[in-house]
Design a protein around this ligand. Sequence first.
Ligand code: 7TS
Length: 416
Amino acid sequence: MNNAERADPTTHFDVEAVRQDFPILHQQVNGHPLVYLDNAATTQKPRAVIDAISDYYLYDNSNVHRGAHALAERATAKFEGARETVAQFLNAPGREQILWTRGTTESVNLVAHSWGRTELKPGDRILVSAMEHHSNIVPWQMIAEATGARVEAIPVDKTGTLDMEAFESKLKEGRVRMVSVGHVSNALGTVNPIEQIIQAAHEAGALVMIDGAQAVSHWPVDVQALDCDFYAFSAHKLFGPTGIGVLYGRRELLEAMPPYQGGGEMIQHVSFEGTSFGPLPYKFEAGTPDIAGAIGLAAAIDYVNGLDRAAAVAYERVLLAYAEEKAQATEGVTLVGTAAHKVSVLSFLVEGTHPNDLGFLLDQQGVAVRTGNHCAEPIMEQYGIPGTVRASFSFYNTFDEVDRLFEALDKARQFF
Ligand code: 7TS
C-alpha cells in the first residue's frame, strides 16, 4: 500500500504536494533518503519562508521605526504587518498585545521577571505541571527564589495525564498566583485540558500562562476563546525561523507590568532626571528587533493558513495512530506517554538498548529522531528513566517514513 492509499480517505490531505514546499526534505543523509522525525525540536521551513527572509535582505533591509527613507518605511511596514499577522493567527484583540521575544523561553522569562518581580510576595504559589519543559520551570524557580514565592508541580500519572483532582485541590489550598502549563508536552505528546485549567485557575483568582511551543504547529489557537492571560510560542516550531518568538498578553496585565529590559526603542523620553517608557508593545522591545525573523514568521503563518488545516490535523492524527499501532505491535518497545489525548509525539524505550545508542544507529540509516530527557528531566525522573527515543511528526511526514523508522529500529536492534 502506498502513502495515499493508507491515508484516512476522510482527511483529503495531499502530503506529497506539501512535501514539495520543503526543499530540505529531499536529500540523502548517510546514504539514505532523509526521514525527518524531529519536529518537536524544530520544524523544517517551506520555500515561502526562506524566500521571504532572503527577499527582505535583498530588497528592504533597514532598521525599523526610525529611518526617514523608503527602505526604512518598507521594513517597518513589513515588520509591523508581521505583528498584525500574528495577532490574527492567535485571534488577539489587538496587535499591541503581541510582543516579539527570542522564543518561548524568553517569553516565559519576560512574564516571570516582569510580572513576577512586582507581583509575587513571600508565600505566594506558582503551579507548573510535572511534565513541563525546563523553560517553563527554571524561570519560575529563579523568580520564586528572588521573591520568596514557591514553585509546585501539578502531578502527572503513569500515562502522562495531568491529575486534575490534585490540581483543583492545590488551587483550594490558596495563594496560587500563577498557573503556567504547556498546551502540549514535548516529551510525551500529552495535550493538556487547558480550557478546564484556565477556568479553574481563574475561579481561584490565579493567572494562567500557556506554553504553546508544541501546539501552534498542530491546530489553530484562539487566545480570546481560551481566555488565557499569556500565551507563548517559538517561530521555529511553526515552520518559521529560529531566534524569534511571541508573547501574547492580556492588555491590562501588560500595561501594568514594568519593562523587562531597557534601551533604545522602548522609551518615550530619556533624561537623567527620569525616563518614561513607550506604549505597548514597544515598552517590552528594547533594541533593534529581529526584523527578518518577524517577516519569516509571518510568511510561515501565511503558509500554514494556506493549507487545509482541518485536513492537516486529521492527517497528523491518523499518522500518529499508525505509528503507535506499529510500536505496540513491536516486541520490546514500550511507549512513554500514553495519554488519551495526544499529538505528534512517539516517545519510547526499546528493551536492552540505550536511547542514545539507538538514536545514533537510526541516524546511520537516515532517520532523524531526538534522544535523551528532552529538557523535561523531572518527568523522566518520575518514570525512573534517563530519557527516551522520540519521533515527532509533522503534516509533511508520511506513512512510508513511519515504516522506515520501524525498519531502521529492527536493523539497529540487531547490533545489540
Ligand atoms: N516549551 C516546550 C513545550 C518546548 O517543547 C520547547 C522546546 C520550549 C518550551 C523552548 O522553546 P525555545 O524555542 O525557546 O527553545 N522544545 C524542544 C524539544 O522538545 N527539543 O528541542 C527543543
